[in-house]
Design a protein around this ligand. Structure first.
Ligand code: BES
Ligand code: MN
Ligand code: ZN
Length: 508
């Protein structure tokens, strides 16, 4: 794994396998650190710009060999895109592109400028944080089961973020440290979701959560079948009953404001460790992707880790209903009617709409048993979400516009794109049941919205927001700090949200 550090040094003098400098789109004669390197190379960077080979576009990385003209063997010129569109997220993406370029060329030890710290307008801390986060998350690969990693085992081992001015070193270091903490939490979530379902089953998810609690100040408990039965969690138990793997309701608690128990938020993540669809069986093609159907739960566990370590002044409860949705002789059937913990009955029209069933009990538990005032759930809930927003935006819905706005604001700061969808009453007739209080499907139209409306039936008594990550939990390619496979979305948003809500509480 790559080590990122901060150093007060002159990048021109730095000895490394490669140094990384940067370039805004449209700049013809670079200044600052890039300009100094250009001069030391007798104008090689300016020449590349003049030839249209290095244009500073976002996503671009150009490699120059120094042939002894510098202490470093190579220079990577990474594009920062248009200056007017530049921000910390663009810096993060540039760092990720640069880091993957370093790996491609086999540079084990590198030094980089803090992207955007100069004319980009970022503070040294912001810049170091973005550069570190992009480098670590952009280099992430899930290689646990690969005997060889495909490119001869080339890994980037160290990246030093160098800055001339020693006065900025403490700020740079703070940015590096914060990013390390966040990146490790995102990668914890990514690892869990990338692991196959024969490894990460409900019991294993619970063990991972317990290990996180032992590493931090979180308290951990998990409910099994018997306890779920005693709480009347018929919806959660109905989904679990087809599998030989016992379900768990995983609970992680951060007590950041113990004297004000009402200053709280519960984050609830769907933890379906494998979703076959149950008796309403899915088709074979791409079913393997359903090992990632616990991504919401993985993000909650990852976020809880960061929240514990950052210690915001708010009580945060992490809840993960972890189950496997299997067809079997004991599986629930379409047409079954179950009763959730809040007393409402549900007609199970389709056993593949299982996420909303387990969230119903998990959310009711957070509110009724734990006194949650705000609930934010995260789930790979609907294929309809992928149709609506693709793999770019997470869909956000909710009963409290204030909480939805807080989620959207946090997502903008975190650089995880989200977009709100409406959940008007008019859609509700679609989940009307002739036999029970509510039905677990609403047909094809507005499938993500009717799923959210179903969940709202179990979120009475709290402000509630819902994040459907069905399109954003996995990526089919590397893109900035996001890489192929599990993305870890929305760990960064959840952590930011906890911090923002804590700050709001303190201001009140
Ligand atoms: N886990 C799936 C949703 C999903 C689909 C996530 C594709 C990621 C990619 C969920 O449990 C599901 O099966 N939803 C059904 C609901 C339907 C039966 C009402 C769906 O979206 O088709
Ligand atoms: Mn399903
Ligand atoms: Zn599912």
């Amino acid at each position: 794994m790559v080590t990122v550090s901060a150093a007060a040094a002159d990048i021109v003098q730095t000895s490394a396998d490669a140094i990384v400098v940067n370039l805004f789109e449209g700049v013809t004669s670079p200044e600052g650190g890039t300009g100094a390197v250009d001069k030391a190379l007798d104008g090689a960077i300016s020449a590349l710009i003049a030839d249209g080979e290095a244009m500073g576009k976002a996503g671009e990385a150009t490699v120059i060999h120094t042939f002894g003209r510098l202490a470093a063997k190579r220079v990577v010129v990474v594009g920062l895109g248009k200056q007017e569109r530049f921000n910390a997220h663009a810096a993060r993406a540039a760092a990720a592109n640069a880091a993957r370029c370093l790996r491609r060329v086999g540079a084990a030890n590198a030094a980089t400028l803090a992207h955007g710290a100069g004319s980009g307008g970022l503070s040294p801390r912001e810049s170091a944080e973005a550069t570190t986060l992009g480098s670590i998350l952009g280099l992430y690969r899930f290689t646990a089961y690969k005997s060889a990693n495909g490119d001869g085992g080339k890994e980037v081992e160290s990246i030093a973020i160098v800055e001339q001015d020693a006065a900025n070193l403490a700020d740079l270091q703070a940015g590096v440290d914060h990013a390390r903490l966040l990146a490790d939490s995102v990668m914890l979530a990514r690892d869990m979701a990338n692991e196959p379902a024969n490894v990460v089953n409900p019991a294993r998810m619970a063990e991972i959560a317990q290990a996180v609690a032992e590493e931090t100040s979180l308290s951990y408990t998990a409910l099994g079948r018997e306890e779920m039965l005693s709480y009347g969690m018929g919806a959660l138990l109905g989904v679990a009953q087809g599998s030989a793997n016992e379900p768990r309701l995983i609970l992680l608690e951060h007590r950041g404001d113990p004297v004000n128990p009402a200053n709280n938020v519960a984050i609830v993540g769907k933890g379906v460790t494998f979703d076959t669809g149950g008796i309403s069986l899915k088709v074979a093609e791409n079913m393997g992707a359903m090992k990632g159907d616990m991504s919401g739960g993985a993000s909650v566990i990852g976020a809880m880790r960061a929240i514990a370590l950052l210690n915001p002044a708010i009580n945060v409860l992490g809840v993960v209903p972890a189950v496997e949705n299997m067809p079997s002789g004991t599986a629930q059937r379409p047409g079954d009617i179950v009763r959730a913990m809040n007393g409402k009955t549900i007609e199970v029209d389709n056993t593949d709409a299982e996420g909303r069933l387990i969230l119903a009990d998990a959310i009711a538990y957070a509110i009724k048993e734990k006194g949650a005032r705000r609930v934010v759930d995260v789930a790979t809930l609907t294929g309809a979400m992928v149709v609506a927003l693709g793999n770019v935006n997470t869909g956000v819905m909710g009963s409290s516009q204030e909480l939805v706005d807080a989620v959207l604001a946090a997502s903008r700061k975190a650089g995880e794109k989200m977009w709100q969808l409406p959940i008007n009453e008019e859609y509700k007739e679609r989940i009307h049941s002739d036999w029970a209080d509510v039905k677990n499907t609403g047909g094809r139209p507005a499938g993500s919205i009717t799923a959210a409306l179903f969940i709202s039936e179990f979120a009475d008594g709290a402000d509630w927001a819902h994040l459907d990550i069905a399109g954003t939990n996995m990526s089919d390619k590397d893109r900035g700090h996001v890489v192929k496979g599990a993305t870890g979305v929305p760990v960064l948003t959840l952590v930011q949200l906890a911090q923002d809500l804590a700050a709001d509480g303190a201001a009140r």
